[in-house]
Ligand binder design. Structure first.
Ligand code: GLC
Length: 410
């Protein structure tokens, strides 16, 4: 069931909503404790006139991405589709468009899988009880008149709408915080009626892969990690999600940009641990990808185009220990050595037996030898355990973001 997911390896995350106009992080309503009235100005001015998912889909595909996940509703409660259950939606703004439907159609037209992110939290719905993460939280909060049962009916009803309309490949629910030490009152699986929600997802759209943020262990098809690529158990599908610059929503003041080499290394590192990378772009207030994001996607795409065999359909090589500063990925009897920092001389690689080696980007042979029984090579270019494979590298690092040497294993 997860086959497409674990071979896709690289996806696009898109955070777009009213906060994209505020342009200072998707949590701006909470961070600045804005009221609904104060936040209304983004709704009134939401035009999305440069929202062009066909362009995004082309950019994503060229970057080597195989799927994409869009925010249908973030914590601020604003819905990007024509939900029958609320007036707080894109079709009632000046944009007047069902952005989710357009997104799904555009990405599917490019042959990419489609995922929908949906927030469990809702800082706009009148029945969502004010908790420790809510913009209107105070120590003596009054939740009289708020009825979580009614909110949960709304939540489940909207998920039902989305599943029915789009049968997404991924449903990315976000998030639970029952045990969050940063808040005195949180919410978790009981608040979401998570078991019922999962049962509905499974019956309405059995092929949809569900993430792990419902606080209901065992209900997930894959685990998520945020801004990190930790080791998970072998055989557990997982996905790291990352921002390009430190904010999920468009925020020009967040300038913690990764460069293209860092992003490729994160991707490789994730795949070497059997994981995926979901890389986020926050479109601007008009719905366009900013130039810097597009340039990064293009640069990454130059690398993935040449290195697809080492990423798509590849996994880790847990039985082997990589040479220093390298990562390993594997597809059948092809082993890929991703060289993160370029050594002067050779790479010694014990524990592996190969009959041929070449650079993946241009097919140029990499000469091989083995360490002799005294632990030396002729000319002492390298030393290591007897029998260890030695890869003789050119002095100059090939001009690609991460050089990859393919070994044909015996
Ligand atoms: C967190 C944040 C959210 C972001 C998400 C992405 O849960 O609340 O703003 O959408 O992470 O993983």
């Amino acid at each position: 069931m997860t086959t497409w997911f674990t071979s896709a390896r690289f996806g696009l995350f898109v955070h777009f909503g009213l906060y994209s106009l505020a342009a200072r992080h998707e949590w701006v309503k909470q961070r600045e404790r804005l009221t609904d009235d104060e936040y209304q100005r983004y709704f009134d001015n939401f035009r999305a006139d440069r929202f062009d998912p066909a362009q995004w889909a082309r950019d994503a595909k060229a970057a080597g991405m195989r799927y994409a996940v869009l925010t249908t509703k973030h914590h601020d409660g604003f819905c990007l589709w024509d939900s029958a259950l609320t007036k707080y939606k894109s079709t009632n703004t000046p944009a007047g468009r069902d952005l989710v439907a357009e997104f799904v159609a555009a990405f599917r037209a490019e042959g990419l899988r489609v995922g929908l992110y949906h927030s469990l939290l809702d800082w706009h719905h009148p029945d969502f009880t004010i908790d420790g993460w809510h913009p209107q939280w105070t120590d003596n909060v009054d939740n009289t008149g708020r009825d979580m049962d009614r909110y949960v009916e709304y939540l489940h009803g909207q998920v039902r709408e989305l599943l029915t309309a789009h049968q997404p490949d991924v449903l990315w629910l976000d998030f639970s915080y029952a045990d969050d030490h940063r808040v005195t009152v949180g919410k978790g699986s009981a608040d979401w009626k998570a078991e019922e929600l999962v049962a509905m997802v499974r019956s309405l759209s059995p092929h949809t892969l569900l993430n792990d943020r419902l606080d209901l262990p065992g209900s997930e098809d894959f685990a998520t990690a945020e801004e990190a690529s930790p080791h998970h158990g072998r055989g557990v599908p997982w996905e790291a999600c990352r921002t390009l610059n430190g904010s999920w929503g468009y925020a020009p003041e967040f300038q913690q940009w990764l460069d293209a080499g860092q992003i490729v290394r994160v991707l490789v590192d994730s795949v070497s641990k059997d994981g995926n990378l979901l890389l986020n772009v926050g479109p601007d207030g008009r719905g366009a990808f900013e130039p810097r994001a597009r340039e990064l996607l293009a640069a990454i795409g130059e690398w993935t185009a040449l290195h697809t065999d080492a990423i798509h359909g590849a996994s880790g090589a847990p039985d082997l220990t990589p040479p220093p500063d390298c990562r390993l990925t594997r597809a059948g009897d092809r082993l890929f050595v991703h060289v993160f920092s370029w050594p002067a001389g050779s790479l010694v690689f014990p524990g592996v037996s190969a009959n041929y080696a070449s650079f993946l980007h241009d097919g140029a042979e990499v000469q091989l030898s083995t360490v002799d029984e005294d632990g030396n090579l002729p000319h002492l270019q390298a030393a290591g355990p007897p029998g260890a494979l030695v890869l003789h590298l050119p002095t100059q690092r090939p001009n690609v973001l991460v050089p990859v040497i393919e070994l044909a294993l015996n």
